[in-house]
Design a protein around this ligand. Structure first.
Ligand SMILES: Cc1cc2nc3c(=O)[nH]c(=O)nc-3n(C[C@H](O)[C@H](O)[C@H](O)COP(=O)(O)OP(=O)(O)OC[C@H]3O[C@@H](n4cnc5c(N)ncnc54)[C@H](O)[C@@H]3O)c2cc1C
Length: 473
């Protein structure tokens, strides 16, 4: 039997896919389907138990990593994608991308993008986090920055009416966080769009002037046919899907390289309580006019199970660290890495390769030094670094060696793999493939320098509207 043909299919319902689907449904209503590999979970499913929610909500049950195991790659896998588990921080697209992306032949219209960011902020109810919602851990990060005279600020979030329960990384049990599953997907459905959860598109095939989506569902593999396809399966799965479809992709992967340091304070900090991330130090960044070496420091608190792996300790040292959990205030690095990694296919599955380059190692060593200064200035008794050579320290760590296995590294912000200027043209059309677009984080040509969900969403709205206009929306 011939598969049903629809006007457009969007693959993936995270920051990129939900916004693209919403914009397409504004033009084509029920002619648009949004296919999502993960389940459609709702507030009542979010039990706030790490052991239950991490396997349900995180790609690879939370174990997804680079092939050599040296960098954890955190991504979401439910309706709403990574926005379900993210920290809800919202940064506007940095104006520096106009010059930076020009190097890849990508022409960014900053004023148009700014209007789209306004629209995203309105859709997601973005606001600055009120002073009274800054928890003790983030307050201490702000205090250290203020004592050192560093530029920093309370950040913005898309979580109006937040109850400050502390479980943002496990899905919001109160629907306060405006992740796309509760903010954009319902709008898409109100416009007539069809959400197909537990539909994992394995590969695409061009047949008879349309795209056939070979899709795995709980009842087996099905075929769907669409005139236009927008791939938004996230940085690991978008290149994987393109590669399985015989389309050259997977180059130019870039990460925000992240590690952690903690100040150990005499009084309890209770990092698990309140909004996990609310204060950012921009002093060392190279965005919004700052001319630092290229990393952000953000305050962070995590729940105990996630925390337990971060210091990478064993035995009595691990026990001692866990014993101080309630007294630790954390800060993470967000290094705008310059390495170029890749996604390749290995036995039909993605393999992530990300070699750190000298620049990244230098910035990570910078971060450990600055984090030490920050927490000591805030009154910490000692500082804990997620580095195997120096854990607790009361003296400046100096230039720590950086490399695979030497420190805890992860990313919550991968970019690239199907970038504009390479696999895609400057607005997201896949080169040489009629009716095929990429409008998620994998189209972003380099590490952004700030938390990316607003930029990804704004670019997705722009691309989808361009697509519907061109195709007679
Ligand atoms: C723990 C964490 C905290 C973060 N905090 C912040 C923050 O505070 N602020 C911020 O700006 N950013 C944050 N981010 C990053 C941000 O959420 C992501 O950059 C953004 O959501 C990426 O959007 P995307 O559309 O590229 O992919 P995703 O949001 O990851 O969505 C991709 C979707 O595609 C689905 N999919 C994959 N393969 C297929 C397939 N074959 N078929 C169908 N569907 C498929 C996935 O299940 C997933 O739902 C955080 C991320 C994490 C993991």
């Amino acid at each position: 039997m011939k598969p049903p043909r629809i006007k457009a299919a969007v693959i993936g319902s995270g920051a990129g896919g939900a916004h693209a689907a919403y914009a397409l449904a504004q033009a084509w209503g029920d002619g648009v389907a949004l296919l999502e590999a993960g389940k459609h979970l709702t507030a009542k499913d979010f039990t706030q138990l790490e052991s239950e929610m991490i396997p349900k909500l995180y790609a690879g049950a939370g174990t997804q990593a680079s092939e050599d195991g040296s960098i954890g790659v955190l991504q979401g896998k439910a309706v709403g994608g990574s926005t379900v588990i993210n920290d809800a921080l919202c940064f506007r697209p940095p104006p520096e991308i106009r010059d930076r992306w020009a190097a890849y032949g990508v022409d960014v219209d900053l004023s148009g993008l700014s209007l789209l960011a306004d629209e995203v902020e309105a859709l997601l109810n973005v606001q600055r986090i009120p002073k009274e919602m800054i928890n003790r851990a983030n307050y201490l990060v702000g205090l250290g920055a203020a004592k050192l005279g560093w530029s920093g600020e309370r950040l913005h979030h898309n979580a109006a009416g937040c109850l400050q329960c502390g479980f943002r990384h496990l899905g919001c049990a109160y629907d306060a966080k405006r992740s796309t599953n509760v903010s954009i997907v319902p709008r898409f459905e109100q416009l007539g769009g069809q959400l197909l959860a537990e539909h994992a598109v394995h590969h695409l095939e061009r047949r008879g002037g349309a795209w056939v989506l070979h899709t795995d569902t709980p009842t087996g593999r099905v075929e769907l046919e669409a005139e236009h396809v927008v791939v938004c399966a996230g940085v690991v799965q978008t290149p994987t899907l393109l590669l399985r479809s015989g389309i050259d992709a997977g180059r130019n992967v870039q990460l925000h390289v992240q590690t952690v340091a903690w100040g150990d304070f005499a009084e309890p900090v209770e990092q698990h309580a309140g909004i996990p991330m609310s204060y950012g130090v921009l002093e060392h960044s190279d965005v919004y006019g700052h001319t630092g070496p290229g990393f952000l420091i953000e305050g962070v608190g995590v729940q105990p199970l996630s925390f337990s792996v971060q210091p990478q300790a064993e035995g009595p040292l691990h026990e001692e660290i866990l014993g101080r959990y309630r007294h630790l205030a954390g800060a993470l690095s967000l290094v705008r890495s310059t390495s170029r990694g890749s996604i390749t296919l290995k036995n039909d599955r993605p393999s992530i390769d990300y070699p750190l380059v000298e620049h990244d190692a230098e910035r990570l060593a910078d971060f450990y030094e600055r984090a030490f200064e920050l927490f000591m200035a805030a009154g910490a008794e000692r500082v804990l670094l997620a580095h195997r050579e120096t854990r607790w320290t009361t003296s400046a760590p100096g230039r720590l060696p950086i490399g695979a296995g030497k420190q805890y590294l992860y990313t919550a912000h991968p970019f690239g793999g199907a970038t504009r200027g390479d696999v895609c043209d400057g607005v997201g059309r896949v080169k040489g493939q009629d009716g095929l677009w990429v409008l998620d984080g994998s189209a972003i040509p380099e590490a952004l320098g700030v938390n990316p969900q607003v930029t990804i969403a704004a670019l997705a709205l722009e691309g989808a509207r361009r697509l519907s206009a061109e195709a007679g929306g």
